[in-house]
Write a protein that binds this ligand. Structure first.
Ligand code: G6P
Length: 617
């Protein structure tokens, strides 16, 4: 949800900012802009912005004369919240005197009242954005001759603000200072050799330095070429928290693949091996999760689990509900974080809340977690991005370790989340009622999942051909039961988000209660019909679809020849225990969505209107 990058140092920063924006483009890609305090000349700050992608901004910069470059600058790639996608609404924004220049990710909730106050003071606005209001407020307070330098003005302005922000600000009167701040939206400060690179995430920093400083909410950092100062918005000095970024460049590059989504689908076997590595103790028959160790006793005594998340993370959480009840025998419910946060939930003693989130920054998931933890629940995270806000705000948690996920449509994070939830369920099950032998047997099956995925990926060409056959259909259904009802939900979500084909996922039995009216000759209906407790029931549902002319595509277990009698197309996956089947069954669905988007000539990695990390409500 908007990407920010800013630089102060001794190198010309134009290319650093553009490269950073490209890395952050997954966060929003409506429009992009850059502001640089020019080296030489009058030292003024010049801005270049445009509706479109970072590549469009780059082309505009290339055409710009004289060339825009300097050693202090900031840049932004936008996912619009306030104001249409237009050049004026594109960041960076300045106040009406052109003194303060600002990029912002988040939402200033009280911007209307602040705008009114500033208008009464004669300030003029030219955009519809909340960011311009913040730039103007900082400018109104900015008075370097009387002790209100940029840092102090930013602090004072942020004391007036409600909402979420990650910002970077510069002043045309101070070519040696960059001030950044955050609350709610992510921002980290990369510490290089005589330079700082500030960005929404580490992917935009890692090619320059692996040392980075994380910022807590309400922190403000003043950066100059001589050093940095960290404080709160109330000017209480803080000591910097420095960490090592654990990203490898290869992980954030395409590496020969046409799209990140394709790369990430094919990375799943390796990624999941990493998720499990060192965590399955076959000798002791238990799962070793260092992140949960300190709370193991509390967890064993827990009486109820609430899993929350949004989008794909919620679908993974739904599988978690089955796993926790089935394996660990713990009453579990799963809920959209956006609903949970406002539902006034009843939290009894012994409640554990698990926030599932790839980014660890999703606003609703974070808010739900806080709401439930404030009511006394133990808060756990199932998170991919190390050091992200949710991972820091939970009591304990387990990282996915699947590496950076860049494609907006989540794939390896989903299977990573389900793998971690499986291990968490086993961690508890072993301490509650499962024997070491049983857990070992289950873990051996879990360990084989990456091999099953590899085998499934070999059918890529066949899945492309199958998708081609149905590519002109505008409505698809995805149906499954039990563990594979959430898989069906995830298959439908993947298809609609990147190919813009209308798709619905639901429990197979629910089809009879309405959606069956949609089925006519030619509607593709994907059934997850793997072997399991409800196989026969799924087969009956397939018959119902067939008799109404629907085209059945079945994801079935190898060796199930009977299914060919009913389904026009069958994709086989290797046999595995039912609780593990979603991890494999989802892979063909990811590939169907991928091929549909490519065949329809859609932007696979940057689907319209979406953003990878949703840091607004
Ligand atoms: C956005 C993304 C989805 C993702 C969801 C939750 O909608 O487009 O792919 O599943 O946010 O994100 P999280 O980072 O919390 O997993």
């Amino acid at each position: 949800m908007c990407g920010i990058i800013a630089y102060i140092g001794n190198r010309p920063c134009r290319d650093i900012l553009i490269e950073g924006l490209k890395r952050l483009e997954y966060r929003g890609y409506d429009s992009a802009g850059v502001a640089i305090t020019c080296t030489g000349g009058d030292g003024s700050t010049r801005i270049c912005k445009t509706v479109g992608r970072v590549a469009d901004l780059e082309a505009k910069l290339d055409a710009d004369e004289p060339k825009l470059d300097g050693t202090l600058g900031l840049a932004h790639t936008r996912w619009a919240t306030h104001g249409a996608v237009t050049d004026p609404n594109t960041h960076p924004h300045t106040d009406d005197t052109g003194t303060i220049c600002l990029v912002h990710n988040g939402i200033i909730e009280n911007y209307q009242s602040l705008k009114k106050l500033l208008e009464e003071k004669g300030r003029v606005f030219r955009t519809e954005t909340d960011t311009e209001v913040l730039a103007t407020l900082i400018s109104e307070l900015y008075d370097p001759d009387h002790g209100m330098d940029l840092e102090a003005a930013v602090q004072a302005a942020l004391r007036e603000v409600t909402g979420a922000y990650a910002i970077a600000a510069i002043s045309s009167k101070d070519p040696d200072t960059l001030v950044v701040a955050r609350k709610g939206s992510p921002l980290i400060v990369g510490i290089g050799n005589g330079e700082y690179i500030v960005a929404s995430d580490g992917s935009a920093i890692i090619s320059h330095t692996s040392r980075a400083m994380t910022l807590d909410d309400y922190s403000v950092v003043r950066l100059s070429r001589d050093g940095l100062r960290t404080s709160t918005i109330d000017n209480v000095e803080l000591s910097p928290k420095v960490m090592q970024l654990e990203i490898e460049l290869g992980e954030i590059e395409l590496g020969g693949f046409e799209h990140y989504m394709r790369k990430e689908i094919f990375e799943q076997p390796r990624a999941l091996r990493r998720t499990m590595s060192g965590r399955l103790d076959m000798n002791e028959g238990c799962v070793v999760l260092g992140g949960l160790q300190t709370h193991a006793k509390e967890l064993v005594r827990s009486r109820r689990v609430i899993i929350c998340g949004q989008g794909t993370a919620l679908n993974a959480g739904m599988i978690g509900e089955y796993l926790f009840e089935d394996l660990a025998k713990l009453p579990t419910e799963v809920e959209y974080a956006s609903e949970l946060r406002y539902r006034n939930p009843l939290i009894e003693e012994g409640t554990v809340v698990i926030a599932v989130s790839q980014s660890g920054e999703t606003a609703d998931t974070l808010a739900a977690l806080h709401e439930v933890m404030d009511r006394g629940a133990l808060g756990l995270g199932v998170i991919n991005v190390v050091g992200s806000t949710i991972s820091r705000d939970t009591d304990a948690g387990v990282y996915l370790r699947v590496g950076p996920e860049i494609g907006v449509a989540s794939t390896k994070a989903f299977t990573g989340q389900v793998t971690v939830l499986t291990m968490m369920a086993l961690f508890l099950a072993r301490r509650r009622m499962m024997s070491g032998t049983e857990v070992t047997a289950f873990m051996r099956e879990l360990e084989r999942v990456p091999d099953h995925i590899e085998k499934t990926l070999e059918q890529d060409d066949a899945i492309r051909t199958l998708t081609e056959k149905y590519i002109h259909r505008e409505n698809w259904l995805f149906l499954g039961r039990g563990y594979n009802y959430p898989t069906a939900m995830e298959g439908a979500l993947k298809l609609k988000e990147i190919s813009y084909i209308h798709a619905e996922g639901m429990p197979a039995a629910e089809m009879k209660h309405g959606p069956i009216a949609l089925i006519d000759d030619g509607m593709p209906v994907v059934f997850i019909a793997t072997q399991g407790a409800q196989y026969d029931k799924v087969v009956s549902n397939i018959e119902e679809v067939r008799s109404r002319g629907g085209h059945v595509i079945a994801v079935a277990t190898e060796g199930d020849e009977d299914i060919r009698r009913l389904a026009e197309d069958v994709i086989y996956i290797p046999p595995c225990p039912e609780p593990l089947s979603p991890l494999v069954a989802v892979v063909p669905l990811q590939l169907i969505a991928y091929h549909a988007a490519v065949l329809r000539d859609k932007d696979v990695d940057k689907p319209r209107n979406l953003a990878k990390s949703v840091t607004v409500e």
